[in-house]
Design a protein around this ligand. Sequence first.
Ligand code: MG
Ligand code: MG
Length: 272
Amino acid sequence: MIIPKTQEEIELMRQSALLVSKTLGMLATELKPGVTTLELDRKAEEFIRDHGAVPGFKGLYGCPSTILTSVNEQIVHGLPTDKPIEEGDIVSIDCGTVMNGFYGDHAYTFEVGEVDAEVKRLLQVTKESLYVGIREFRIGNRVEDVGSAIQRYCEAEGYTVVRELVGHGLGRKMHESPEMPNYGKPGRGKKFIEGQVVAIEPMINLGTRNIKQLNDGWTIVTRDGKPSAHFEHDVAMVNGKPELLSTFQYIYQALGITSNEEDEFRAKPLVL
Ligand code: MG
Ligand code: MG
């Protein structure tokens, strides 16, 4: 059952989503060749606790870390390690918070130094597909309208969509109804309702869509070893339309990027 949120609850969820967004912005300045994902994990946990919240992933389903760090062919659920990040890597950082009793859940795939043009393009298209999907999250549409739009957009570029892992409803629980696959058929699935909040998170591969899990019981990688990208936003249904609760603007501020990609999904301008 989809659990709609009141206006007040959506404002509380916005605070949690903004804290996780800020956390990724902080990590954007730390992510450099030579740094380890374990170091980033410690910084993320300290940052979240300093802001009066608790890590959302740590302890959930037995997760040992505050962030999940997926490098290159790793798709999602990569556990932080003491292996240094290298020039040319791509690193998806997925992070959760609990604040005011509500979860925030947010992910971005970062480029470390100079990345191959082919991989850069994968990241760009995956991020664009996130917004293509968010645009279909509106009253009158159904769950698979979002997924089918993401799938069409990415497959037209020659990429593939991971099937086994999906987005989800978000609230007092990390994973609420409905599941939000990044593929599907238009007009299928549950109808969207006012006040619901979802995490939309395309996971898009350069090569095959097939996956496998590493022996650590967590890390999901592409079966062919080719790179994968992952971006995630938290979105509320407000007045029948998608409203972004999370933001990449803290990351862009840290990296010196200017972007208006989020403007159409905000009723009022974001104050950082
Ligand atoms: Mg996530
Ligand atoms: Mg998620």
